[in-house]
Design a protein around this ligand. Structure first.
Ligand code: ATP
Ligand code: MG
Length: 389
């Protein structure tokens, strides 16, 4: 009897001929998520099994996998010989653990026979095993409609697998199976959620953050590193680029029209982000913008911001209300860090009366008042690069 994890995939089964590619991506993500434990990950007919885990690590490892994109659900399971006695014995030990301390519980047996050579049909397995469990555990009763838990039996090529628990995963697609994008991450609530949503679609993430010493503190930068770490809990390792932005911000502040400073700053952030994205193979930019949330996120402002780059810009929160974004941030565990009160470089230089309907020609003209090119080069040359996981 060997403890294993049985993993059901999310959307991968839809992928037809690409399926082996997606399965391999998922297997790799599982291995990475369980590091430093060395495990053996095996796929078989629409399932992935994780072998080689010490029994004491099963619970925690199952929890870790619920955060891996591409996984629909995970069950701590027992792998046994395909013989009735072993199956019954494993089922009893799982049920004993499942109902420990309960006076009563309802259950149902479900069986899948992937190996048709096995002499009992699924229905027979359910009936016989259900009966044996009822005899062994007086606290149990059968409920086929809404049981408290399922006892699952899967008869596979080499072994049978039993489980009595199913933990729901985050869904999505395995990270790395759908390309690479660059997240513009601030210390706020929105951008980590935006990164989460795109990573969930299988996109691997790098991140870029602009800071303005001495107007923003070291702690503001560390807060961004913490947020990146939370995101990496789902998205895997993230390369974080920390770009000094003070020189550019001061130049905008001193030389360009006050009302346009925010939008100009956003254009320059986009330009630098695109440069870094291209240098590391990222194919798109991601921001946490949502229509109308602030002056720099009106349709006109977004148009002017977009104009600064040619890479596609993904804005997964575009149609979300702040409340919905907050709820999401709480769910993924970034909210409490996001609301820590450290100044962001945008808030330091906010104009009193920002334009809400900037015109592209005006902004281009204002931007031409300053020779930003050498400043952009200096900012990129002084960028600090960190691997965050
Ligand atoms: P957030 O909660 O993500 O900070 P926000 O509502 O405060 O968003 P803005 O400050 O206007 O909105 O920023 C819009 C987007 O621009 C952010 O979601 C983020 O993607 C990007 N951004 C803003 N400030 C920075 C920064 N200092 N470094 C990198 N990206 C930034
Ligand atoms: Mg912000």
């Amino acid at each position: 009897m060997e403890p294993v994890l049985l993993v059901r995939y999310a959307e991968i089964h839809l992928k037809g001929l690409n399926r082996p590619y997606f399965e391999r991506s998922l297997m790799k993500r599982i291995e990475l998520a369980l590091r430093p434990l060395r495990v053996k990950v095996v796929r078989e007919q629409g399932r992935v099994f994780v072998f080689g885990l010490p029994e004491s690590a099963i619970g925690e490892s199952a929890q870790k996998l619920t955060r891996v994109f591409g996984i629909h659900s995970v069950s701590p399971a027992l792998a046994v010989e395909k013989e009735w006695e072993a199956i019954e014995c494993a089922a009893k030990s799982l049920v004993a653990a499942r109902i420990a301390g309960l006076d009563q519980a309802s259950f149902k047996v479900t069986a899948r026979r992937a190996d048709k050579r096995f002499p009992m049909r699924s229905q027979e397995i359910c009936r016989l095993l259900g009966g044996r469990l009822l005899e062994a555990f007086p606290a149990l009763r059968v409920d086929v409609h809404q049981p408290d838990f399922y006892v699952g039996v899967e008869i596979r090529q080499d072994q049978a697998f039993l489980f009595a628990e199913e933990l729901l995963g985050v869904g999505g697609m395995p990270v790395g199976s759908n390309g690479h994008a660059m997240l513009l991450i601030s210390g706020g609530i929105d951008s980590p959620v935006a990164g989460y949503m795109i990573a969930k679609r299988g996109v691997s993430i790098s991140a870029v953050h602009f800071y303005s010493y001495p107007y923003t503190s070291e702690r503001a930068r560390e807060k961004v590193a913490d947020l990146t770490h939370i995101l990496a809990g789902f998205a895997g390792e993230i390369t974080l680029y920390l770009v000094p932005f003070t020189e550019i911000q001061l130049a905008i502040y001193e030389k360009c029209p006050q009302s346009e400073t925010t939008v100009l700053m956003r254009r320059l952030m986009m330009k630098i982000s695109e440069r870094i994205a291209l240098s590391c193979g990222a194919q798109a930019l991601i921001t946490g913008e949502s229509i109308g949330q602030v002056a720099s996120q009106t349709i006109e402002s977004l148009t002017v911001t977009n104009d600064a780059v040619t890479l596609p810009v993904f804005r997964p929160l575009i149609g979300f209300d702040k409340e919905e974004i907050v709820e999401y941030a709480q769910r993924i565990g970034s909210y409490d860090t996001s609301i820590l009160p450290f100044e962001d470089c945008c808030t330091v230089f906010v104009p009193q009366h920002p334009v809400t309907k900037p015109k592209l020609e005006d902004l281009r003209r204002s931007e031409a008042l300053v020779d930003f090119a050498p400043m952009i080069e200096r900012a990129i040359a002084q960028t600090e690069i960190r691997a965050v996981d």
